[in-house]
Design a protein around this ligand. Structure first.
Ligand code: NAP
Length: 308
């Protein structure tokens, strides 16, 4: 049996625990309410097709799990929480283990590669792109709202045997690829095109395909992102990117994007790692990205100004 740890036990962390349930994974949280909930339910409750599954886990508050002990460490925290989670992953992963960051946006994986690479150079650091939908109902309970895929790969290099093995370890639709870069960028574009527009219009994803003004903004976001991608020489896994964005919005029309949910509940969004990342990388490459810059400023402004 391999040893698996999951850092961050919100929506995605719970899905990963469910996928790894045959290996009794360890889950790591930063607030005690998760530990209390897990003890109370006898594990993590994951609802699949209206059926409750209780996943048996070992559980620890961050900093308490044994050091250098896990073959596979999955990080499932929001982008702005990556630094602390990476520190914990570095502490608990075995010297020849694997760390997989399952996260939206650009910036988190780069940080993990740097910190882990400098301290435990034989650890493989990979990125995970998730197209499942998962909702955290409350601490210890999550619901799978849409079946998708978990694509895992190193950035810019081939998968090795350790990484390939994840396909046998996790249950679900898992795909291991040779370069995660293009898949991350495609997901980034979808998030950049849908999330801030739905967040600022306080609407479900339906607004993207039904409101002309929203679709005009979406097209501008995608156009700027494609200019960046062209400059970076990245080849995306789909040709008709705008058509792909439209299709995602159509298939998830009734969903409230994570950014819209974060704005509604007064939480910090991942804007800096999504449209903010596109704007930053555009700037670094002397490309104009005024729409992504403006949307970043607007969402950041809403975050800072609410309640004042
Ligand atoms: N949900 C989806 O359907 C979905 C799909 C694809 C991609 N994603 C992406 O996946 C990532 C995770 O999203 P999510 O929906 O799972 O978010 P989430 O439900 O907010 O879960 C994140 C969890 O991480 C915990 N956390 C933060 N820092 C930690 C640390 N240092 N140690 C231990 N736990 C820590 C948080 O704890 P607290 O509760 O104490 O804050 C929270 O429970 C995001 O980048 C998101 O965009 C999500």
């Amino acid at each position: 049996m391999v040893s698996i740890a999951i850092i961050g036990i919100g929506a995605v962390g719970s899905l990963l625990a469910y996928m790894a349930k045959e290996h009794k994974p360890t889950v790591i949280y930063r607030s005690e309410i998760y530990g209390e909930a897990i003890d109370c339910y006898g594990g993590i409750v994951v609802q699949v097709n209206q059926e409750d599954h209780v996943v048996e886990v070992e559980h620890y508050l961050t900093g308490k799990a044994p050091a250098n002990s896990y073959d596979y460490v999955f990080i499932a925290v929001k982008a702005h929480d990556t630094a602390d989670a990476v520190k914990e992953a570095l502490r608990i992963v075995k010297d020849n283990g694997i760390v997989v960051l399952v996260q939206n946006g650009i910036g988190g994986l780069e940080l993990a590669e740097k910190v882990i690479g400098e301290n435990k150079p034989d650890v493989g650091v990979a990125g995970g792109v998730l197209t499942y939908g998962v909702l955290r109902e409350r601490a210890g309970i999550a619901r799978i709202t849409g079946i998708g895929e978990l694509i895992i790969g190193y950035k810019g290099r081939k998968a090795d045997e350790r990484l390939m093995k994840i396909k046998d370890i996790l249950n679900g639709n898992i795909r291991i690829v040779d370069d995660i870069g293009p898949y991350r960028w495609l997901k980034l574009i979808v998030n950049a095109a849908i999330n801030p527009v739905t967040a600022l219009l306080n609407a479900s994803n339906r607004v993207i395909i039904e409101l002309e003004e929203a679709w005009i903004i979406t097209k501008m976001i995608v156009k700027e992102a494609l200019n960046v991608i062209k400059k970076l020489g990245i080849e995306l896994p789909v040709e008709d990117v705008l058509g792909y964005v439209w299709e995602v919005a159509y298939k998830t029309a009734d969903n409230i994007s994570s950014m819209a949910q974060d704005i509604r509940s007064g939480r910090k969004t991942e804007i800096e790692y999504i449209n903010g990342a596109i704007a930053r990388i555009a700037r670094e490459n002397n490309i104009d990205a005024p729409v992504n810059t403006l949307l970043t400023l607007l969402v950041r402004g809403v975050e800072k100004w609410r309640g004042k």
